[in-house]
Design a protein around this ligand. Sequence first.
Ligand code: URP
Ligand code: ZN
Ligand code: ZN
Ligand code: ZN
Length: 484
Amino acid sequence: MSTVIRNGTIVTADLTYKADVLIEDGRIAAIGTGLVGDEVLDATGCYVMPGGIDPHTHLEMPFMGTYSSDDFEIGTRAALAGGTTMVVDFALPSPGQGLMDALKMWDNKSTRANCDYSFHMAITWWGEQVFDEMAEVVGRGITTFKHFMAYKGALMVNDDELFASFRRCADLGAIPMVHAENGDVVAELSARLLAEGNTGPEAHAYSRPSQVEGEATNRAIMIADMAGVPLYVVHTSCEEAHEAIRRARMNGKRVWGEPLIQHLTLDESEYFDKDWDHAARRVMSPPFRNKKHQDSLWAGLSGGTLSCVATDHCAFSTEQKRYGVGDFTKIPNGTGGLEDRMPMLWTYGVGTGRLTMNEFVAVTSTNIAKILNMYPTKGAVLVGADADLVVWDPEARKTISATSQQSGIDYNVFEGKEVKGLPRYTLSRGLVSVAEGKVCTQEGHGRFVARKPGEEAVGRALSTWKALTAPRPVERSGIPASGV
Ligand code: URP
Ligand code: ZN
Ligand code: ZN
Ligand code: ZN
């Protein structure tokens, strides 16, 4: 059966034009005028855009003594409801666990996905087994490796491990990623705050000032440069980290930064709410920050120094958050956002003039598709591309509320926010999964997207440059006799 999207305006990362889109066998078969299909979706007054890609989710992830509560079925349903048609989740080996073993667990969890997905692999410890299995992981189409510079005593890796893993990534044509916070300083500040009686959720923010992020981001950038690899910095939340990324890019380094929709639109005042639950529900790392940092992130998106907007969707119920009553370090870190990323970014970005529609598409879809070497199968409206599309109604409105969300948790950090701009239709490889606001997803429809290493232009360019500038001995005509 074929489907035609009629009367819409196509918006991509670089073009805006009126045309119909014909879909056959899950792919875009034609773009033009007067196209005919078995099923017609009316896009009058709407923009037809590549579906969103969220490069940073944690679905059903074991973390801080519990599991994030939205699984692949719920998470991908929430994604589609908000116009996101692909997620990239983190396979997370527990320290000592093999990478392939962890991958098996993530393969099992993801069979229920409603939309396409891929994985990053986390490097949570270092050893010969990890070194060896990294090649197998790349062979399975997972070409990005995440490193936690925080969560000391749990997931954190040290600088020698970072350097070794980054060098391995360079050899494999893979891209390292970092959660950049100085875990040693965070641990020290946390212990001191607790000892002084600062036990509430506001202390989470005190324990992670922007300097810990700025320092770690800069350190990771320099280590990546010495290892000769590009670097992707997840959840960039502050000016100091953005400054390090900006400087690196201006110096020719291949570094990408990823702000979250939460950091762009919510600020640190949330942690000072008198209601413990309200504040704890917003505990995530890095924490929300002030307007100075938010302005920096918005400027980075329009100026091109920050590349992708993600959610870091890692949802915990209020009951789970209450594990940290009396000790803020035990509040599970993470917030939801999958359903809200696109409408919130449209409303607060395009709706305010901070972003153009084309920039919106770039930072929600196309840029990450290129970075992860999936473009133009994903992130594009082109003949032959997967029909992962969103028909976006710029006039549709709603007030975000936990009572009507897909996520299974009992609150929403964006509760009460009015958004203008919502999907009229969301299509996952041609399957209409949201129609006129109604969710009609198909469990198990999502497929794993394997990616290829090294072939993306940036990796090749960087390894060519590194080979040209590698240390080599000076060839001399004569060697003086050694002195006595
Ligand atoms: O607080 C957060 N961000 N939780 C999820 C795990 C991580 O650090 O990305
Ligand atoms: Zn993180
Ligand atoms: Zn509240
Ligand atoms: Zn994360």
